[in-house]
Design a protein around this ligand. Structure first.
Ligand code: IPM
Ligand code: MG
Length: 358
């Protein structure tokens, strides 16, 4: 089979980690006889430099026509002084909305070999961690009406958080389906003691729950959820929540796994089309120095193979290779600990490739 992959390396460490992910994907292609064709596209700060816009129309059109999208990271200090609507981050929002990617899957898994990197006490973390955060990605406060107005306290600015029933229903379904494949436990996070949008959210989630009688559903206010994540993270299996709460809680969950450099994500639309990217940002301070951890991007490729291309065996192959390399003691700087072997971006990629070839 032949697959068309749109590749957006982006800014900072984006291009380096994408390079390794593509080398890994090519290795899978050779091993299993698949052809991966790449269209390299600009988005983010590099696109602002070249075209004066974060998301050129050509990038969106090419992504739409491809089988899947692989993205590195966007942004950096160079563009931080631009007004909000011109910043590199707008490329991400434009891609999510433009491609209809309403479901953001952010697994937080603590690898056995990295247990020491977890900042929580061993008695809290127990056997490890395996949580899946399902974040709504094209609605809520990120995309609500925005504006400015005069108030009695001077100039004000506002962002409206609204959710419609259909939006909640489709993300809830994704989360219930995910729970069915896992421990059959779902926590819906909201702020229904205060927010009208959360009261609606909770009602719709309850309605969808009727179709999944096997899944044990509970609701939690977001402030409590933030606290419970560090108090007893293993009480969670799948978490479903809105755009902004999901943004915050997925960063918190990722830190429990020791390094944000480890975690992949998938942003899915209808029909399994998806954009895959590491959870981490562009890390401009370490860019171009062969220091970045490519594992999150390589694991994103594994998610792409599984969720969009339906190549489960190939996906497992990558995950196993990553695990073996970690078990063998190889570490990039972000996950380095005493007695381990320190390697750079390219070496880490190569070790994973060698493992896949075995
Ligand atoms: C994320 C990021 C983005 C978000 C930013 C860069 C716009 O934090 O993907 O979590 O808030 O969604
Ligand atoms: Mg975030």
């Amino acid at each position: 089979m032949s697959y068309n992959i749109s590749v957006i390396p982006g800014d900072g460490i984006g291009p380096e980690v994408i390079e390794e992910a593509i080398r890994v994907l090519n290795t899978i292609g050779e091993k299993y006889n698949h052809e991966f064709l790449y269209a390299k596209l600009l988005a983010g700060g590099c696109a602002i430099d070249e075209y004066d816009e974060a998301l050129p129309a050509e990038t969106l059109v090419t992504c739409e026509a491809s089988d899947a999208v692989l993205l590195g990271a966007v942004g950096g200090p160079k563009w931080d002084t631009l007004p909000a609507e011109k910043r590199p981050e707008q490329a991400l929002l434009g891609l999510r909305k433009g491609l209809g990617l309403f479901a953001n899957l952010r697994p937080a898994i603590l690898f056995e070999a990295l247990k020491d990197a977890c900042p929580l006490k061993p008695e809290i973390i127990g056997d490890g961690l395996d949580i899946s955060v399902v974040r709504e990605l094209t609605g809520g406060i990120y995309f609500g009406e925005k504006g400015e107005k005069d108030t009695e306290f001077g100039k004000g600015a506002y962002d409206v958080k609204m959710y419609a029933e259909g939006e909640v229903k489709r993300i809830a379904k994704v989360a219930f389906e995910m729970a069915m494949k896992r421990e059959k436990k779902l926590t819906s996070v909201d702020k229904a003691n205060i927010l009208r949008s959360s009261i609606l959210w909770r009602r719709v989630v309850e309605e969808v729950a009727k179709d999944y009688p096997e899944v044990e559903l509970n609701h939690m206010y977001v402030d409590n959820a933030a606290m419970q994540l560090v108090r007893d993270p293993n009480q969670f299996d799948v978490i479903v929540t809105g755009n902004m709460f999901g943004d915050i809680l997925s960063d918190e969950a990722s830190m429990i796994t020791g390094s944000i450099g480890m975690l992949p994500s998938a942003s899915l639309g209808e029909n399994n089309f998806g954009m895959y990217e590491p959870i981490h940002g562009s890390a401009p301070d370490i860019a171009g120095q062969n220091l970045a951890n490519p594992i999150a991007t390589i694991m994103s490729v594994a998610m792409m193979l599984k969720y969009t291309l339906g190549l489960t065996k190939e996906s497992d192959d990558i995950e196993k290779a990553v695990e073996t390399v970690l078990n063998n003691g190889y570490r990039t700087g972000d996950i380095m600990s005493d007695g381990m072997k320190s390697v750079g971006t390219v070496e880490m990629g190569q070790l994973i490739i060698d493992e896949i070839k075995k």
